[in-house]
Design a protein around this ligand. Structure first.
Ligand code: UD1
Ligand code: UDP
Length: 371
């Protein structure tokens, strides 16, 4: 299979697709990159810092977009793009609306689909919302499934997907992380504000959050927990929180956290800057899938502020802890890690549960063998 299309809609898809595109290039191929533009400001700096040039950029984002409107824009515009380019196979990643709707369009256009990061499940159709349904939908549409872990493979087998169509390869996020850490982060120019925070000698607690199912009461409760950590450890901890651009996130976070002197609310960071901050962090509090995977590979303990989790491999390894959106639980878990060094050291062990950094090469090898 030589004429490959790749879909990128959001920040994590760009990061997780980057090493796959590079592996194709190493094999002498140039995949066509279809950027839906589901994200705009979050995506464009990452596309340029990772040197990803769109074959087509559909620029589909609208402010506070609804799932139905976004889906219909993707279906219509991806159909035109696929008719213009007609790749032999379309590669989609993860569980976003871009991934699900692009896979559906490819199916309608009789183009084969391969799914990267296949088989993640919470088994709760509404949590994470709508991602659990998106990835189940992609599993129905895909011809080839690249599962990151044995657990993900098992989930797919239980849904009746034939084992010949599943390849356990690891998660490409680890490929991107190791390459960027070892070759790109050291070339970053200084960011004075973040450097100042990292030079204070305090423990850095890095926070992110953006899940739709948390908007409202749960997000407020998560922020109350973070506020309590900042207040109770005011001379020991510096919180860095790059706030997602979704207006529902901004309106939930700012009223609770903007007045805390040791909480730095920033705009979303570029990918390389985010890795740089992660490398200096003592603890990460997040609902992000990608950040959980990166933190595990780096050995940074994570508190996962979600009610369900599809990345239990890191919980089983002891590096992640599922705390949910409860303020007290978040505070208590953080307090234990910040005050009990022996508990901390047992948890802060790098783990390759999500991959060894070579997933992309395995994916390309499989696809090059396909007819
Ligand atoms: C989306 C994905 C989620 C993924 C996340 C990664 C879906 C349903 N959700 O969630 O799975 O984890 O991306 O970050 O596919 N916005 C901007 N600029 C941007 C990006 C977003 O202003 O560059 C604002 C816009 O108002 C936009 C809103 O955020 O309408 C929501 O964006 P959307 O992509 O629909 O959802 P996310 O919450 O970002
Ligand atoms: N990330 C980033 N800048 C930030 C926050 C996160 O580049 O300010 C990166 C992070 O390294 C990870 C990815 O974004 O690779 C995760 O994306 P996100 O949390 O938006 O989505 P999810 O992984 O939950 O789908």
């Amino acid at each position: 299979m030589r004429d490959i299309g790749v879909v990128i809609g959001t920040r994590p898809e760009a990061i997780k697709m980057m090493p796959v595109i590079r592996s194709f290039e190493e094999a002498g191929l140039k995949p066509k990159i279809f950027v839906t533009g589901q994200h705009r400001e979050l995506l464009s700096p990452i596309l340029s810092e990772l040197n990803l040039a769109a074959t087509e950029n559909l620029d589909l984002m609208e402010d506070d977009q609804s799932l139905g409107d976004l889906s219909s824009r993707i279906l219509k515009n991806m159909q035109s793009a696929l008719r213009r380019h007609r790749p032999d196979l379309l590669l989609v990643q993860g569980d976003t609306t871009s991934a699900a709707m692009s896979a559906l369009t490819a199916f309608y256009e009789d183009i084969r689909v391969a799914h990267i990061e296949a088989g993640l499940r919470t088994f709760n159709p509404r949590n994470p919302f709508p991602e659990e349904m998106n990835r189940r939908l992609v599993a129905c549409l895909a011809d080839i499934h690249f599962a990151p872990t044995a657990q993900a493979e098992e989930n797919l087998l239980k849904e009746g997907i034939e084992s010949d169509h599943i390849h356990v390869v690891g998660n490409t996020v680890v490929d991107a992380l190791f390459y960027s850490r070892d070759h790109l982060v050291s070339r970053l120019s200084r960011d004075f504000q973040l450097q100042e925070a990292m030079d204070l000698g305090r423990s850095i607690v890095l926070v992110t959050g953006h899940r739709r199912e948390s908007f409202g009461a749960d997000l407020a409760s998560i922020c109350e927990g973070i506020r309590k950590i900042a207040d109770e450890f005011k001379d020991q901890v510096e919180v860095i929180y790059p706030v997602h651009l979704n207006p529902n996130v901004q309106s939930g976070v700012l009223p609770i956290l903007s007045s805390a002197p040791n909480v730095r609310l920033t705009r979303p960071l570029s990918y390389l800057r985010f890795i740089q901050v992660m490398l200096h962090s003592k603890l990460i509090i997040t609902d992000s899938g990608g950040v959980q995977e990166e933190a595990a590979a780096l050995g940074i303990p994570v508190l996962v502020t979600r009610r369900t989790c599809e990345r239990l491999e890191a919980v089983d390894a002891g590096i992640s802890q599922l705390v949910g959106p409860d303020a007290e639980e978040i505070f208590n878990a953080a307090e234990e890690l910040l005050t009990n060094e022996s508990v901390y050291l047992k948890r802060a062990v790098p783990s390759l549960v999500f991959g060894d950094g070579h997933a992309s090469r395995r994916i390309v090898k499989v696809l090059l063998k396909e007819e």
